[in-house]
Design a binder for this molecule. Sequence first.
Ligand code: ADP
Ligand code: TMP
Ligand code: MG
Ligand code: ZN
Length: 199
Amino acid sequence: MNYKGNEKGWVETIVGPMYAGKTEELIRRIKRMEYAHKNYIIFKPNIDDRYSDCEIVSHNKKAMKAVGIDHGSEIKRHLKKDVQAVVIDEVQFFDKSLVKYLKELADNGYRVICAGLDTDFRGLPFGPIGDIMAISESVTKLTAICSCCGEPATKTQRIINGKPAYYNDPIILVGEKESYEARCRNCHIVLTGNEEDDK
Ligand code: ADP
Ligand code: TMP
Ligand code: MG
Ligand code: ZN
């Protein structure tokens, strides 16, 4: 039996910059499923080993058990018969084929709940997130608080050795407060490497 009986499922996506509360919101939705006696399974990409390789963990250390995977194709083999919902954190780290697997799950009656960064440190769409937002029935965009001015933050500032990162730096850099801040559009800086532009 699937989430809604014999009907199709759906995809819900939670996005925003770092510290916006995406993982907390995932955990809130999971707890509500527990009240509804729904069975779920949580996945996370193995690449994000910040706190734990078998848990999703929020910045204020709320944690839930999760299965670490490298690729969306691994999801199916972990689904036991009684699972009704599939939860995935940090979806930005998967390749674009994840979209196909999420669609398949929803078509087969699963409630799919994803969370991830909408943009990378450059302010550009991160991995498969744009496509995932496009196929979702519901998209929730959360904001954090800008560490410079206190306005709502929609972007993530990467800071390396006390300086904003450069546009051509690698996109993936797993990290925390030592490398990242939440910032609003006005306070967000990406260096180009061209002295004139970076003044
Ligand atoms: P995300 O998964 O979106 O990175 P989390 O759910 O892990 O976010 O953590 C959200 C928590 O981060 C907030 O409840 C708050 O305690 C903390 N936090 C730290 N810095 C900020 C900030 N600049 N703006 C908002 N919350 C912050
Ligand atoms: P969070 O959204 O739960 O805070 O986690 C985001 C993770 O993504 C964190 O490990 C840092 C990483 N990250 C990158 O790899 N590249 C980026 O450009 C940004 C903004 C974050
Ligand atoms: Mg998170
Ligand atoms: Zn600001």
